[in-house]
Design a protein around this ligand. Structure first.
Ligand code: ADP
Ligand code: MG
Length: 817
């Protein structure tokens, strides 16, 4: 018998009616026929039928190359052929419907029906899945039937093009359908294997399977078999070497003759076994998955229905179907992710109104005029965006990205001043004490240009002449003496302090703001999501600005920080030069030191970053002390060196930084703590030990410590014996100056999970979606926003399934829920 006769007949009729112009089907008749034949072939069981099929070349059509007359003749031959088999048994095999694949008879026999919540049943409820096998699946993150449906192959082998044996060529992956003439156990390379001779009407070919004598038993003489795999040439003859094989029975091909899925397996799971199981599961259960996307959205975005997408992602009809399936499933991931982040944003933006902050123009003007430079166009643009956000009665939620040294601090300071001028408190949170202190110093410095400093205590500065009352600035870090810490906390509570700058000490529970209007978080990537929201809870829903110099590729920013609006300072202040970056071998260390000496002789300063010691801060500090001593005594006995590491007290650190900034030290030896933020324009040399141990963005941060003044600056990277990936990173940083470009490369090297470290993950899994797929991501975001505008709580009946899916996915995602 032959299946799928009707669709063929229809197409051929149409083709005849249209005058044999090869216009009946899009893409041409040959393509249609090949696809049709791939499925029809498997239903052929009688040899004469096969002979006719082959004679007409239905499986390998050349319709396009025929002339009008030949086409006419060929089609009428095919009609005659179809007529001749009409008497055969009617089709029993249902054609694959467009959307849902109903369970097939064989499959039902193998997988018992499960009613109700079947998709959430454990995999052990499937026949043939033992507890031992379930344990192996669990290792792959698969526990339920739904997990199995979403356990997608990492790729497919294209075994879809069937050939005649006479057409085989060496070196390629190919598929044939043939008769088994003989299969036997034989010695291959000293071990028992299987050798088979198979043939079709064009010839015979040998197939061998090394180490696998069992296959011989499965290939009875005269059985029809499909072989897919690489063909090699041995002694001038073609041989299939360990091909995938499958008997041609009355069922769809699973391992051969099609796009065959490859699953990531774990020890003890065999490819054929998993493929077979997956086929059964997909056949039976894909149709039961409810499509949670509203139909209108699905149509607008031209997406497959979910059951079909799942089916096609595993066992695609062809490449196009596979791609479409992937698109749909990737869209789902991104869309659900966007709905999640937008939901969070909505929650804290809409639940409580924020305090509108409007800056008094004279205050801002005075401030800007007093700066020793003009804001760049990019800074001005971003400041405008910030001020517009602040003036709204809904909390700002903005991510400010700017290349290292692009001048984010001054923009943030202007925003903090705006808050203060409207009577609100501002908080400025930095990831390290050194950086908090630096901000405190530089904001004080900037303000003292603008206004008169009227009082100075340890951690408190007061300025008059700018606002209609004195403006108070405070530093709050963990390292302060208990008494002064408490004093500052009290003043924050009383509302006496306008702007407080600090570390995460700011978000501890004994800090209560009187009227927090704006929270600025510097170097955002160092803070986890939890810390961000802790800060947010410190006020009556304050405006939040987070800043990062670790450029985040746009796609990742939209994903990871989809709850934030994005501002970018994409311009450096004028006069910045490119920093000459060199990766040096250990043998070049001496000349690096000599170079450093010359720079100091010219009045410049330098950083030396000690090797990264992983164990603990204490051990790192010790290593840094040792290195400092070696450098001071043996290498630079005539220079003034300073040392900074995490074990120093705040006052000590402050002292060292102060000296370095004031030019009293030539070289600052440091553990990797200087990485972020430090701003000393006279420093022109950055020397990094064990540079291969650092990530790209970290290296870029180090490099950003120099080149801040007008002098040519240098970054020297020492690496003993870099690994391949270390080498790649060093090559990249040598070549690329632009932080965004580096970030893209970093993302490629490391993948999004590691990009920010585990603390930042907690996003739902992205399996199908690629972060490089900007278009799809933007589509998902647009659609999520659109849906959100209509129904933010997802409460309409049409969104019931969707709402459940968001909950399900985000619950699994963890931290963010
Ligand atoms: P980052 O964006 O890395 O935090 P900073 O805010 O530390 O950069 O600024 C780097 C340096 O550039 C500082 O010394 C700052 O005073 C200076 N700066 C900021 N804006 C400008 C500008 N528009 N023109 C010149 N120098 C500027
Ligand atoms: Mg900074």
């Amino acid at each position: 018998m032959l299946t799928k006769v009707e669709p063929l007949r229809k197409v051929l009729k149409l083709e005849r009616d249209k005058g044999y112009a090869d216009t009946a089907v899009i893409g041409g008749l040959d393509k249609f026929l090949r696809r049709w034949a791939a499925q029809a072939l498997e239903s052929i069981t009688s040899p004469p039928l096969m002979t006719d099929f082959r004679r007409l070349r239905l499986d390998d059509p050349k319709y396009a190359s025929l002339n009008q007359e030949q086409r006419q003749k060929w089609i009428s031959d095919v009609f005659a052929f179809l007529e001749s088999i009409k008497t055969e048994k009617p089709e029993v095999k249902p054609p694959l419907p467009k959307s849902v694949t109903p369970p097939r008879k064989r499959v039902i026999a193998a997988v018992p029906e499960i009613s109700g919540q079947s998709l959430d049943q454990p995999v052990t409820s499937l026949k043939g899945v033992s507890t031992a096998m379930a344990a192996k699946f669990k290792k792959l993150g698969v526990q339920t039937i739904r997990d199995l449906l979403y356990f997608f192959p990492h790729r497919h082998l294209d075994y879809s093009q069937t050939r005649h044996i006479s057409e085989l060529t060496g070196g390629e992956e190919q598929t044939i359908t043939a008769n088994v003439w003989q299969a036997q156990v034989t010695m291959l390379g000293g071990r028992r294997g299987t050798e088979a001779i198979v043939g079709d009407e064009t010839g015979n070919v040998r197939a061998v399977w090394f180490n696998n004598p069992y296959i011989a038993k499965s290939l009875p003489t005269n059985a029809r078999v499909v072989l897919s795999g690489r063909v090699t040439v041995f002694g001038g003859r073609h041989v299939f070497e360990s091909p995938e094989w499958e008997l041609l029975e009355d069922k769809e091909l699973v391992h051969t003759g099609r796009l065959v899925p490859l699953y990531s397996l774990t020890r003890g799971l065999k490819p054929r076994q998993v493929r077979k199981l997956m086929k059964q599961v997909v056949d039976q259960f894909a149709g039961q998955v409810a499509d949670f996307l509203p139909p209108s959205l699905r149509q607008r975005c031209n997406l497959l229905e979910l059951p079909r997408a799942i089916f096609q992602a595993h066992y695609p009809e062809d490449e196009t179907a596979k791609d479409n399936a992937r698109t749909r499933l990737a869209f789902d991931e991104l869309f659900l992710l966007q709905l999640g982040v937008l939901g969070r944003k909505h929650e804290w933006q809409e639940s409580q109104p924020a305090a509108p902050v409007s800056v008094e123009k004279p205050v801002l003007d005075t401030f800007l005029k007093s700066l020793p430079f003009e804001l760049t166009a990019a800074q001005q643009k971003v400041l405008k965006e910030l001020l517009a956000d602040l003036a709204k009665p809904r909390a700002m939620s903005r991510l400010l990205q700017g290349e290292v040294g692009s001048g984010k601090t001054v923009v943030a300071t202007a925003a903090l001043l705006a808050a203060a001028s409207s009577g609100y408190q501002g908080a400025f949170m930095a990831p390290t004490e050194i950086l908090a202190e630096q901000h405190f110093t530089s904001v004080s410095e900037v303000l003292s240009r603008t206004a008169a400093q009227v009082s100075e205590e340890d951690n408190l500065r007061r300025f008059s002449g700018l606002l209609d009352r004195p403006l108070t600035l405070a530093l709050l870090i963990g390292d302060l003496k208990q008494a002064s810490k408490q004093a500052i906390q009290q003043r924050i509570r009383d509302g006496e302090i306008d702007i407080v700058i600090g570390t995460h000490a700011l978000i501890q529970k004994d800090v209560d703001f009187n009227k927090l209007g704006l929270a600025v978080v510097d170097e955002q990537h160092r803070f986890g999501v939890a810390q961000r929201s802790a800060l947010r809870q410190k006020g009556f829903n304050p405006h939040v600005l987070v800043m990062t110099a670790t450029p985040i590729p746009r796609t990742l920013a939209l994903t990871l920080y989809g709850d934030l609006d994005l501002s970018v300072i994409d311009e450096l202040p004028p006069g910045r030069q490119t920093i000459k970056t060199r990766w040096l071998k250990p043998t070049q260390r001496t000349s690096a030191y000599a170079f450093l000496n010359r720079q100091v002789a010219e009045g410049r300063q330098a950083f030396i970053i000690c090797p990264l010691v992983e164990e603990s801060e204490a051990i790192q500090a010790k290593a840094a002390v040792a290195e400092y001593e070696r450098l001071s005594k043996e290498v630079f006995p005539d220079l003034k060196l300073g040392l900074i590491h995490g074990r120093l007290s705040a006052a000590e650190k402050d002292g060292v930084m102060h000296k370095f900034r004031a030019g009293e030290l030539d070289i600052l030896v440091s553990t990797p703590v200087v990485e972020v933020g430090i701003d000393v324009p006279n420093a022109t040399v950055m020397l990094v030990e064990s540079a291969d141990r650092f990530g790209l963005s970290q290296l870029h941060q180090f490099r950003g410590r120099v080149g801040r003044g007008s002098q040519q600056s240098y970054c020297m990277l020492l690496a003993e014996n870099p690994s391949d990936i270390g080498r790649q990173r060093l090559d990249l940083i040598e070549k690329i100056q632009d932080g965004f470009e580096l970030a893209e490369e970093d993302l490629k090297l490391r993948g999004p999970g590691e990009f920010f470290g585990t603390r930042q993950s907690g996003l739902p899994d992205l399996r199908m979606a690629k972060l490089s797929d900007v278009k799809l991501l933007e589509l998902a975001r647009t659609e999520a926003i659109r849906l959100f505008e209509q129904d933010p709580a997802l409460s309409s009946p049409a969104h019931k399934l969707l709402s459940a899916e968001v909950a399900r996915v985000w619950q699994a995602g963890g931290e963010w829920s």
